[in-house]
Design a protein around this ligand. Structure first.
Ligand code: CDP
Length: 239
């Protein structure tokens, strides 16, 4: 696939070196991205966690969320380095953070931080460096359209807001959080609204993306569908 790029970069036996996975809130990007990376023998990078890390840092520093200049300066001064297994933690400044990036105070603010162009410039630059050697599945909102437009494979996951909010609600319950489903649904819709309508890099499927409605599919099923799609594209056997 896109032979020139794949031949220069580390790739899986399927011939795929760089996979972009985009989609709205709780579409299954993380669970599918991790499992796909494992199946293909590639690394995994969750770019959402990088926006969450800058949001968390802004809250720690008391940076006003409407001060675009200060947010941009914060992102420039504090590179975010993924650590931990499966890209589930990051180093930002002197802090190593993981579960705190999924707290509701971060959920409520992250899309406001992510719409700031100066923040995006800093993080997109870092994401391209992290993906430069290939051998990686990268999940986010603008990976196939902006960050890695030459990815070997672009996947766009979608499902209704109700079903995505339901998944997120069940995840939160399983972690022992007491949350109201209607509140999770409201927050899902609010974040989608900002992500889809921001001026810089709005959430949209790349023209050449493989579109997958995950509504009635388990994560395993979604991974199988993507692997099948790769087999069709490459004519390869089991990736
Ligand atoms: O896991 P979930 O779908 O809830 O969100 P996430 O992937 O952790 O991303 C959190 C937020 O970061 C998104 O709602 C976007 O506002 C922003 N984001 C972005 O703008 N661009 C990316 N490539 C990844 C995330």
């Amino acid at each position: 696939m896109r032979g020139q790029m794949a031949s220069k970069k580390r790739e899986s036996s399927s011939g795929v070196s760089v996979v972009a996975i985009d989609g709205p809130v709780a579409a299954g990007k993380t669970v599918v991205g991790r499992a796909l990376a494992r199946r293909l023998g590639l690394n995994y990078l969750d770019t959402g966690l990088m926006y969450r890390a800058i949001t968390w840092l802004a809250l720690q520093h008391g940076t006003p969320i409407d001060d675009e200049g200060a947010l941009g300066a914060l992102a420039e001064a504090h590179p975010v380095r993924p650590t931990g297994q499966d890209s589930d933690r990051v180093l930002v400044g002197e802090h190593q953070v993981g579960p705190e990036l999924r707290e509701s105070r971060v959920n409520r603010q992250v899309s406001l931080v992510a719409r700031v162009s100066a923040v995006r410039r800093a993080l997109v630059r870092q994401q391209r460096v992290l993906a430069a050697e290939g051998g990686i599945v990268v999940a986010g909102r603008d990976i196939g359209t902006v960050v890695l437009p030459d990815a070997d494979l672009k996947v766009f996951l979608s499902a209704s807001p109700e079903s995505r909010a339901g998944r997120r609600w069940r995840e939160m319950l399983a972690q022992g959080q007491t949350v109201d489903f209607q509140q999770v649904l409201r927050e899902t819709r609010a974040r989608d609204e900002i992500d889809c309508h921001r001026a810089d890099s709005p959430l949209v499927a790349a023209e050449d993306a493989f579109l997958l409605d995950t509504q009635d599919l388990t994560a395993d099923h979604v991974v199988e569908e993507i692997l099948e799609h790769i087999r069709e594209l490459t004519g390869a056997g089991e990736p």
